[in-house]
Design a protein around this ligand. Sequence first.
Ligand SMILES: Nc1ncnc2c1ncn2[C@@H]1O[C@H](COP(=O)(O)OP(=O)(O)OP(=O)(O)O)[C@@H](O)[C@H]1O
Length: 337
Amino acid sequence: MLAVEVEHLSKNYPVAVKDPGLAGVLKHFFRRTYRDVKAVRDISFTIASGEIVGFLGPNGAGKTTALKMLSGLIYPTSGRVHVAGFVPYRRERKFLRKMSLVMGQKQQLLWDLPAIDSLRINAAVYELTDAEFRQRVGEFTELLNLEGKLSQPVRKLSLGERMKAELLAALLHHPQVLFLDEPTLGLDVNAQEAVRGFLRAYNQRYRATILLTSHYMADVTALCPRAILIAKGNIFFDGSLDGLQAQFAPYREVKVELVQPLPEEKLSAFGELQSVDGREVRFCVLREDLTAMTARLLGQLDLLDLTVTDPPIEATIGRLFRQSNQSSAESAADTVR
Ligand SMILES: Nc1ncnc2c1ncn2[C@@H]1O[C@H](COP(=O)(O)OP(=O)(O)OP(=O)(O)O)[C@@H](O)[C@H]1O
């Protein structure tokens, strides 16, 4: 069953354009001109129930705009979107009970009140019984390691504790679909790991669907078998992280440790040399040449060790984003009307 269906979805933000100087101010006052910022351009994808998908892109790519359309905060300019069988911007009560949007930079907990008081408000909004409220708060407090923290005013919590309490508040009504915008933003490594562990547990326990944006690749590699990559409003990859490596990083690194150092001329006959450091030598090898190359190395050289590794996924994605920025800089993005 599909939890999210997006078809040819676009969002343009009209932005007023003002010329410099007094003439510009007067013109702006009497006759405004606008240009469209094309934040999301004709994107399509589906997410099955229970999937966790990473939504990745450089700053300004359109991730938050897309999440806002999926959660019904803003209207699309064109295209269709269904989440849990509902059209998000209609904001039906049944839909709001089925989903949650958590934004790393925004908070719903009241700053001066203990988190438990804000949770009680949420429980009333979602019409939870006392028993449900106690059971869910107890379960999530344990999973998030928040014992003793919910009775303190939110302003006295650490950033990591506050984010965990925000997640607790967002999930109290057991949403089936969860949109997370930078849920680990600014957290230290331990708190990031705790949030990831919690999201994994929630996904497994309740078969919840999660779409998350993050600039931390560790979030994605730890949680998301699948990633959607977006830049300048366009999706340019949608598939498994392994597929991404295969499609965009067709090379692997072969590292060998020689019994005796050998001259570079002799080594380069085996393939593209990346580095030679005494007896440690690294080659960059096309995936399709890997078997033949390792067989030749093992057959013709005296080796102590041989390892084959993928380039790190961070490096692949970082390179893709840089490429997409360069290509988009060459094409004019906005229109004036
Ligand atoms: N309310 C708005 N009015 C005008 N332009 C906007 C508005 N909100 C976003 N934009 C523009 O739309 C584009 C996409 O922004 P969006 O916030 O969706 O990107 P993002 O991928 O979430 O970026 P980041 O990773 O920096 O949060 C950007 O060029 C941004 O400046």
